[in-house]
Design a protein around this ligand. Structure first.
Ligand SMILES: [Zn+2]
Length: 298
């Protein structure tokens, strides 16, 4: 196993430099952002309805009883493309409400008037709300989420690690872009010189450490993103965008130990220092450590 130099850094006899393991780790919790998530989904649905020329409704959040149904409350008379398609009805609807149903990876629009007019024994007619752009085009056209104020990846008290990001992917739950891009910024960095070096934050029973190397070998992880209608987006695509948008990009690495109560200034260099561990020390040179690690292929 690879260890960062700080893991075995000489321990200076000062209480300032001893970082106790925090009693509780910061655990990623998507429920903290439930409101955000709903807002993001409502925003997506509004744009999908607009693209489908469905107008005159107020879009409401699902109720606890019907968590996958977004009621549409009529607020202005408007033409209904679904009733037009099904019944050649071109007059505006004046009072009819409608709803959007959330399927696993898509949304469908239903109109109560169309439901009432359907033939016996047939299904309710629906209009699929389709995202026209390809996911990659759409992702590239969406604004990049904010760069985190303080680099979480260098924070020795932030125990959210690379494996937690991968578990977010494997959970197959839906996340907002903001949630995924923050998790990326918290766990991976890229140092780009003539060649790229990837740094990921890991955890073992002894604490946090960085693993670094030229290649970023990922299984085919995908993330279900709410802004893309819950469709899968390749994690590697989002990581690469985080690099090119300067969210996780660094010019070089350095190793600048600092006391735990000091927040180091943000620079273009990635600081490999992850807090002092109160452990017996062996002399180690960070540069030698990097050069001697097998994955640093020059
Ligand atoms: Zn209708």
């Amino acid at each position: 196993m690879l260890r960062p130099p700080n893991d075995e850094a000489p321990v200076i006899d000062s209480p300032l430099l001893i970082v106790p393991e925090p009693a509780t780790s910061r655990i990623y919790n998507s429920h903290n952002k439930a409101t955000d998530t709903t807002d993001v989904e409502l925003e997506l649905l509004e744009s999908l309805l607009k693209d489908a020329n469905i107008e005159g409704y107020e879009l409401l959040s699902p109720t606890d009883k019907f968590p996958d149904t977004f009621p549409l409350k009529r607020i202005a008379p408007a033409y209904c493309p679904l009733c037009d398609r099904e019944y050649d009805y071109k007059e505006p609807h004046n009072s009819e409400n409608a709803y959007v149903s959330r399927n696993k990876k898509s949304y469908s629009f239903y109109c109560h008037r169309a439901n009432q007019n359907k033939g016996p024994g047939t299904r309710n007619p629906l209009l699929k709300l389709v995202i026209e752009e390809s996911i990659l085009d759409r992702e590239n056209n969406l604004p990049i989420p904010d760069k985190l104020e303080r680099t979480r990846i260098s924070d020795p008290d932030d125990h959210f690690v690379w494996g937690d990001l991968l578990r977010m992917c494997m959970s197959k739950k839906k996340f907002t872009r903001n949630e995924i891009y923050s998790a990326i910024q918290a766990t991976i960095a890229c140092v780009e010189k003539r060649k790229m070096t990837w740094i990921v934050k890991l955890k073992n029973p002894d604490g946090l450490y960085f693993d670094m190397g030229r290649e970023l070998e990922l299984a085919k992880h995908t993330v279900n993103i709410i802004e893309h209608g819950g469709e899968e987006v390749k994690l590697i695509f989002l990581i690469n965008r985080a690099v090119t948008e300067n969210l996780i990009h660094y010019d070089d690495i350095d190793f600048l130990p600092h006391p735990p109560n000091v927040i180091p200034p943000k620079t273009d260099f990635f600081n490999l220092f992850l807090g002092f561990l109160a452990k017996p020390a062996k002399e180690i040179n960070p540069v030698l450590w990097i050069l001697s690690s097998g994955i640093w292929k020059m």
